[in-house]
Design a protein around this ligand. Structure first.
Ligand code: G3P
Length: 216
């Protein structure tokens, strides 16, 4: 399972990247806005230099020609950029067109299995189901993941299921059990993947036993 970090923060990317398990980055307009006064292009280029894997960058145009123009421009900034496109008729149309140009896409704001089916048929490289927002809306995000995995297996789609809007480590475990291709995880939840109190107390005991040992 691929693990992506859902952030536009360079420090967070650098810290997790050092673990050697990071497969890529996803950003969105809200995450970039959180970084304050930055140059959009310069910042995206910095992120792309930090990681080898795909870096999703979202367009803010909503009409077909605007999405295409913006997508082509952003994609020219680095080899590993994936253009994030909203799940709309214009967005879907742009996915097919960008694919023709050899530009990878990530269809975002996916909340239903039929939306995912359409993104796969259009030829998106990734589709991003927002499970946390579904849970908060009184639905079960994991049901969507299970349905998507089944549909994509039935028809051998190559589009990767990139579980997004992750709220806690259990979301990652459940997504992995269901066979999702990837999850994009916020920094705080990513750090929680590695922690366990028994690991901490176990290490403490090993080290104190070693310190008191009579081994030469
Ligand atoms: O980046 C897309 C998605 O992960 C955003 O999640 O936390 O805004 O629901 P969130």
């Amino acid at each position: 399972m691929k693990l992506f970090l859902d952030t536009a923060n360079l420090k967070e990317i650098d810290e997790i990247n050092k673990w050697g398990v990071l497969d890529g980055i996803t950003t969105n307009p809200s995450l970039l806005a959180k970084e304050g006064k930055i140059g959009f292009e310069a910042h995206v280029r910095e992120i792309c230099n930090l990681v080898d894997g795909p870096v999703s960058v979202e367009v803010t145009s909503t009409n077909f020609s605007g999405i295409l123009k913006e997508g082509r421009e952003i994609a020219s900034w680095a080899e590993n950029i994936v253009i994030k496109v909203p799940m709309t008729p214009d967005g879907l149309r742009a996915v097919s067109e960008l694919r023709y140009d050899g530009i990878d896409t990530n269809v975002t704001l996916c909340f239903s299995p039929n939306q995912a089916l359409l993104a796969a048929k259009a030829g998106a490289r990734f589709v991003s189901p927002f499970i946390g927002r579904l849970d908060e809306n009184g639905q079960d995000g994991m049901i969507l993941i299970a349905e998507m995995v089944k549909i994509f297996q039935n028809y051998h789609f190559n589009t990767e299921i990139l579980v997004a809007s992750v709220r806690h480590p259990r979301h990652v475990t459940e997504a992995a059990k269901l066979g999702a291709d990837a999850a994009t995880i916020p920094f705080d939840s990513f750090k929680k993947l590695i922690g366990h109190p028994l690991t901490d107390s176990g290490l403490e005991k090993f080290l104190s036993d070693w310190k008191n040992a009579k081994i030469k």
